[in-house]
Design a binder for this molecule. Structure first.
Ligand code: FEO
Ligand code: CA
Ligand code: CA
Ligand code: CA
Length: 620
């Protein structure tokens, strides 16, 4: 198969193509097995209860959710299949910043509905395909740091390019539409707007000079011809989810970095290339125009990507830092919390079928105003093991436990986690920690291959050919994120109760009125409500009938209730959520919209929108 002909594929489908595995099992057999589990799907199991010990157990503290009165301060909305945004009665929305909007006055008007953005203005505008984002307040200024995950070549490049860059300039254009944007926003009576020409406004792209720290920095594994010291990587790519440190910096997470590399000549198909999906033809033909991306010339360049990168949004001259101690994989987001003794804990997912969940725990401790030295470069990385009895543990990735040198553990983290027997998960996307108790949630978006050989079902990932996804949550021992042991349950199993009367109908807190598939983005508001964003099948047909467009829902962690708050334009996923400092406005990311959203004409434009209550009440 010619991967070059796959420019319209999702990154997930690209993975599937590059790494084909045996066909899925017979569907009837899957359903048969799922029906046999129905007995405990409806059972009254409580979190961590000994009664919850089942081979492929799924449960819920959410059992009575269907019967409970809605505990939300908005009227949940129905599904939509159009090319617009819908929010509950009493709420409004408008775009905050769209792909191509100017960050600097010399780029005003750079975006054209017919041709997009010219290359010479491409690093002075907001990038495409918005994803994770965080809000910062600094010296009275309100700043947003926002990821632009990837680029859609067909809407960025001239029509005759057919989705592949023809020359180095077109590669530059694609590079500049991705990465990270830092921008200032202000509300001067007309809602939040971008402050054009703010000194804080900044673009960080695939070319921005960075540095590395931690045990793998400077190692032979990250040295290249262009950087023989292995300390000065360029750029951050495929910036998916985000995180915010306790000390007020931004964490951006490199996800599908593998797709940016290719080879113009013979190269060594190393085992780590196979495990990470790195092959001879990149998605954007960068390697044809730039030797840095050519595996036959710079075989270690991919090792300099797949990291969590820290950016100080308050200093536009600061050099971003790649933290090798946090491991290298397809990072979704980075959720930082603190252990009881003050150590820093970062929860992270690796979004690919069957990959793992991780946490990093620092050796040093942090307190307000204290030094941050070494906090993200010196510590221990762990991978998660979920036992069938609803307990679990974090397995330390050390030279002793893995048989690998430390720098290899960090650069080839997937192999290290396999070596210790971590639990294969259904594509770990965002992790969100409950601010009101020691508890965290991970969206396991879906897994078409669950049940295939080598990816058998397990208690936390209990459905073969899992097209709907689930959200797993865990509570650390002693209510301390620094401990090793935890108990877990499934907060929700997405499903379609109108199509299936079995495990594929979903858990008890899924109803015909709130059903969805493929949970992905997640964040807690300060009141302890879990906001869930979806990136799934929005065909509204067959197994997905009645689910409509992708959406954002709110989950109550205590009752299990889930209510639909927002629906996206058809074609889009909802990803990225943060709030204004006064919590009165939610900023929500709309990625890869279809139609001509939001302008109504011209090209579809990924955008961050503002959503607020007409009565001015806060979200938190
Ligand atoms: Fe970029 Fe796994 O989502
Ligand atoms: Ca995602
Ligand atoms: Ca996704
Ligand atoms: Ca995406």
């Amino acid at each position: 198969m010619d991967i070059r002909k796959t420019v319209n594929l999702s990154w997930d489908d690209f993975d599937e193509l590059r790494d084909p595995r045996p066909a899925t099992n017979d569907f009837d057999a899957v359903v048969e097995r799922a029906i046999s589990r129905r007995g405990f799907l409806g059972g009254a199991l409580t979190f961590g209860s000994a009664a919850a010990v089942f081979g492929s157990g799924v449960l819920g503290s959410a059992t009575s959710a269907r019967a409970q009165a809605a505990g939300f301060n908005f009227e949940p909305i129905g599904i939509f299949t159009d090319h617009d945004i819908h929010v509950p009665a009493g709420f409004e929305w408008k775009p905050l910043v769209r792909w191509g909007d100017a960050l600097f006055s010399d780029a005003e008007g750079a975006y054209s509905p017919e041709t997009g953005v010219p290359v010479e203005m491409s690093d002075k505008v907001f990038g495409e395909n918005t994803d994770g984002m965080e809000t910062f307040t600094h010296d009275g200024h309100v700043l947003l740091a926002i990821n632009s995950e990837y680029v859609n070549p067909k809407i960025n490049l001239p029509a005759d390019s057919e989705g592949m860059p023809k020359n180095a300039d077109e590669v530059v254009l694609l590079k500049n539409m991705q990465g990270v944007t830092v921008l200032e926003i202000a509300d001067q009576g007309n809602g939040w707007e971008v402050v054009v020409d703010s000194p804080y406004n900044r673009r960080i792209t695939h070319e921005t000079l960075m540095t590395m720290d931690g045990p793998a920095a400077g190692s032979a594994l990250v040295q290249t011809n262009a950087d023989p010291e292995g300390m000065s990587p360029k750029g951050t790519m495929n910036n998916c989810g985000s995180g915010k440190t306790l000390w007020g910096t931004y964490l951006t997470c490199e996800e599908n970095f593998n797709g940016y590399f290719g080879a113009t000549g013979a190269y060594d198909e190393r085992p780590d290339f196979v495990r990470y999906g790195i092959g001879g033809e990149g998605r954007y033909a960068y390697e044809v125009h730039d030797p840095r991306y050519d595996l036959s010339q710079e075989p270690n360049e991919p090792n300099r990507h797949g990291w969590v990168t820290e950016i100080d949004p308050t200093d536009p001259d600061s050099t971003p830092v790649k933290h090798t101690a946090l491991g290298r994989f397809k990072h979704e987001n980075a959720e930082m919390v603190q252990a009881a003794d003050g150590r820093v804990v970062v929860y992270m997912g690796d979004d690919e079928r069957g990959e793992f969940m991780y946490k990093f725990v620092s050796n040093g401790t942090w307190a307000e105003g204290g030094s941050t030295e070494g906090l993200l470069s010196d510590g221990t990385l762990y991978a998660a093991k979920f036992n069938d009895d609803m307990t679990g543990e974090w397995l330390a990735l050390t030279p002793e436990s893995t048989g690998m040198p430390l720098e290899e553990i960090l650069v080839y983290t997937r192999m290290a986690a396999s070596a210790v027997g971590a639990t294969s998960m259904d594509r770990p996307e965002w992790i969100a920690a409950n601010p009101l108790r020691a508890e965290a949630y991970c969206a396991l978006t879906n897994n078409s291959r669950r049940g295939n050989e080598g990816m058998e079902v397990n208690a936390a990932n209990p459905r073969e050919t899992n097209e709907y996804g689930q959200i797993v949550r865990w509570r650390p021992e002693n209510e301390d994120h620094g401990t090793i042991d935890f108990t877990w349950d499934l907060y929700v199993m997405a499903g379609n109760p109108e199509v299936y009367d079995n495990a594929y109908g979903g858990s008890e807190n899924v109803t015909p009125g709130n059903m969805f598939n493929s949970p992905d983005g997640m964040a807690f508001s300060t009141d302890g409500m879990l906001w869930i964003q979806t990136d799934g099948d929005d065909s509204n047909e067959g197994d997905f009938a009645g689910m409509g467009n992708n959406q954002m829902l709110v989950g109550n962690p205590e009752t299990g209730e889930i209510a639909r708050f927002l629906t996206a334009p058809n074609g889009a996923e909802v990803t990225g959520l943060t709030w204004s400092p006064d919590l009165k406005v939610a900023f929500v990311g709309i990625q890869h919209p279809g139609g001509a959203w939001p302008d109504g004409e011209g090209k579809p434009r990924s955008a961050v929108i503002s959503v607020w209550r007409q009565d001015g009440a806060a979200f938190g």
